[in-house]
Design a protein around this ligand. Structure first.
Ligand SMILES: [Zn+2]
Length: 209
């Protein structure tokens, strides 16, 4: 066979499109014709080259996809965490003023100290109190706040407490250590959501509400 015919057939031969009969003829010729062997070699390298590129591209593409997917997953995880954390922070950090019906109030006298304590009736809730001395008439106001018990943060206390140290039935020690003579005007106001409860401090002297 003529080299020209062989070379015409070589592209098909490389792609394995030629018949067995043609293959035999081509291979016979190649055995005896170094020029056509070289031609075939060159063809194979030039055909292989894009194949290598494709192979590389295929290798890179899934990697890129994986990378993209990984980033998406990381992004989603971060977002979910942020939402969970934010949600939890809000859920457990959120405080509200309780209604009087949601609160158990206890009064206890130990020695000179009378302590008022406030507990949420719902055991999953924690009570906090903020004592407000800033009222114009010098009276005190307790602002009760409650929040949910964070399961990851064991509370040091579940109730809110405040108290007075009584020198006698109508004298207390102020927080600054000075004595304070009590009159009927000396009241402490407990702020609930539904109402304010005023308690005469004098009435607490016996440790009863
Ligand atoms: Zn040849």
């Amino acid at each position: 066979m003529k080299c020209e015919i062989i070379r015409d057939l070589l592209p098909s031969y490389i792609e394995e499109l030629t018949s067995e009969e043609s293959n035999r003829a081509i291979e016979e010729h190649l055995k005896t014709c170094p020029a056509c062997r070289k031609y075939l070699e060159e063809m194979q390298t030039s055909v292989d080259a894009p194949e290598i590129k494709t192979a590389n591209a295929k290798e890179i593409n899934p990697f890129k996809k994986l990378k993209k997917r990984t980033w998406k997953a990381i992004g989603a995880t971060v977002l979910v965490c942020a939402l969970l954390f934010g949600g939890a922070a809000y859920y457990y950090g959120h405080e509200w003023t309780p209604s009087s019906g949601d609160v158990t109030v206890k009064c206890e006298k130990v020695g000179e100290v009378v302590t008022l304590s406030f507990f949420a009736k719902d055991e999953k809730l924690i009570m906090e109190s903020y004592l407000d001395y800033s009222l114009d008439d010098g009276s005190e106001q307790v602002n009760l706040q409650m929040h949910r018990q964070n399961p990851l943060k064991k509370p040091t206390h579940k109730g809110a407490y405040f108290g007075y140290t009584f020198l006698d039935d109508d004298t207390i020690y102020n927080t600054d250590g000075n004595k304070r003579k009590l009159t009927d005007e000396d009241v402490v106001t407990i702020k609930y959501k539904d109402k304010d409860v005023k308690i005469k401090i004098k009435d607490l002297a016996d440790g009863k509400l």
